[in-house]
Design a binder for this molecule. Structure first.
Ligand SMILES: [Mg+2]
Ligand SMILES: [Zn+2]
Length: 219
């Protein structure tokens, strides 16, 4: 079997729920996103500005944030098995996220997976509000005109056969580069509409079964 690079989104893909939604829902200002969305849609503010305003309303200590995230957005079943399998087969695996490093690290550490490579943004939580720390993603992507995950992928991918696993809008531009795409939720709907082939998944047992399949038949 060819060596694989397995790139995974974090929120709603590795985790059962989107940690950003969990944090805003618990600690943010109710209804704020509804006010920001028209400005976002009309182009008055960027997605980054909308997120900065939304998270400025999140007043909680890092400890409070991580406790709620660990309670409500744990790892989707089978992820540890996928990581173990990848390591035993010498495939590489990395997390490409539009979420926050300290949240990702806490969730992965709680699952015993603190060693995975992660590229993401970060956030500084505090009782006075939360400040976002954007990752350096070079120039805007020539395909989607945003600071997109393609930049992070190209920094890590060494030309192996590419597998991408995702669920959302931030995965749309990067996922079609993969030889095999696993998709759920909004990403699955988007790819179906674009006639891009993908494998649907609910948890990582589905992903692992599919990736192992060709090995067994080729042996
Ligand atoms: Mg996601
Ligand atoms: Zn892009």
């Amino acid at each position: 079997m060819a060596r694989l690079f397995i790139a995974l989104d974090f929120d709603g893909t590795i985790t059962r729920r989107d940690t950003l939604h969990v944090i805003v829902e618990r600690f943010g200002t109710r209804g704020l996103w509804a006010q920001l969305e028209p400005l976002l849609r009309s182009g008055e503010i960027t997605i980054e500005e909308a997120m900065e305003r939304e998270f400025a309303s999140v007043r909680a200590t890092p400890e409070e944030v991580l406790q709620v995230v660990l309670d409500e957005a744990g790892v989707r079943p089978g992820f540890g098995e996928l990581v173990d399998w990848a390591r035993s087969e010498d495939h590489r695996l990395a997390v490409l996220s539009n979420g926050f490093r300290r949240v990702i690290d806490a969730v992965l550490a709680s699952a015993g997976l603190a060693h995975l490579p992660v590229s993401s943004h970060d956030a500084e939580f505090g009782a006075d509000g939360c400040r976002l720390v954007w990752a350096e993603r070079g120039v805007r992507c020539e395909h989607c005109e945003r600071h997109c995950k393609r930049h992070d992928l190209h920094g890590m991918w060494e030309g192996e056969e590419l597998v991408y696993v995702g669920d959302g809008i931030s995965d749309r531009c990067v996922a079609p580069l993969a030889d095999t795409i696993f998709a759920r939720a909004g990403l699955a709907e988007y790819l179906a509409g674009e006639d891009v082939p993908f494998v649907p998944f609910d948890d990582f047992h589905d992903v692992l079964d599919h990736l192992r399949g060709p090995v067994a038949s080729a042996a």
